[in-house]
Design a protein around this ligand. Structure first.
Ligand code: GLP
Length: 243
């Protein structure tokens, strides 16, 4: 079942998303959260940091798994998703460091990196919430449009469109990595609730085609797979919804 909330703007979107996390953190003894990067979740993370600072939510028994990481960027690089997550969330909340999981790309071979993350995902198991942003082409995590979609952790080649879109965070487009390690679709779906957030006109196509499609087509829009999830909440703003 798809539930849709259309917020008037990014602030309201972030409020609505934060509420879902707060409910989970306040009702689960050991919350398990799937977290996302990109600019969209920043407003939610800011609010979670503030609520934690005020003592209204507690992360001491929370475990997190992240969706993805660029290949060939060390965690100290400001564009890495390791850096992003620590900078926007983990450095400011009371989560035990050992409960934080982000795909690592530092082993001898990519295959070892993949196996290591699958092992972590098996150990953490089903999450209470999986937060997702969406690419302009419908990619979720870094699972790009493709007829074949990996169920588990995989190395993906980023499309031209994604490289171009993500280049806004880098000094030049040449610095954007062309490969990433990403959680697979099967593990993304292994969650009690999926919350997909999207704001701005440039996400209109991805959300509109997801909402309107009565088919699943990974090549056309990989996010259409999410319609198979029994508890999908889409929160978008009016600019995204109306286009
Ligand atoms: C990256 C991430 C995705 C994210 C997307 C959208 O490609 N791998 O997980 O959903 O960016 O990012 P933004 O929220 O900045 O639009």
């Amino acid at each position: 079942m798809v539930k849709l909330l259309v917020a008037k703007d990014y602030e309201e979107l972030s409020e609505l998303c934060t509420k879902e996390f707060v409910r989970c953190l306040q009702t689960q003894a050991t919350p398990k959260l799937g977290l996302a990067t990109g600019s969209t979740p920043i407003g939610t993370y800011e609010r979670l940091v503030e609520l934690n600072r005020r003592g209204e939510i507690d992360f001491s028994s929370t475990t997190t798994v992240n969706l993805d990481e660029y290949m060939d960027l060390p965690p100290s690089n400001e564009q890495s998703y390791h850096y992003f997550m620590h900078h926007h969330l983990f450095d400011h909340i009371n989560i035990p460091r050992e409960n934080i999981h982000i795909p690592e790309v530092d082993r001898k071979t990519a295959d070892e990196d993949i196996k290591a993350y699958d092992k972590i995902l098996d150990k953490v198991g089903r999450r209470h919430i999986q937060l997702l942003g969406v690419g302009v082409n419908g990619h979720i995590a870094f699972n790009e449009p493709n007829r074949r979609q990996a169920l588990r952790t995989n190395i993906t080649e980023l499309t031209e469109e994604t490289i171009k879109s993500n280049s806004r965070f880098f000094d030049s487009i040449d610095e954007v990595p062309t490969k990433a390690i990403s959680m697979g679709i099967g593990d993304i779906m292994n969650s009690d609730q999926i919350i997909l957030i999207a704001n701005g006109e440039n996400k209109h196509w991805a959300i509109k085609t997801l909402l309107e499609s009565d088919f699943v087509d990974f090549q056309y829009n990989p996010a259409t797979i999410l319609k198979l999830h029994p508890n999908l909440l889409i929160i978008c703003d009016e600019a995204c919804y109306n286009g």
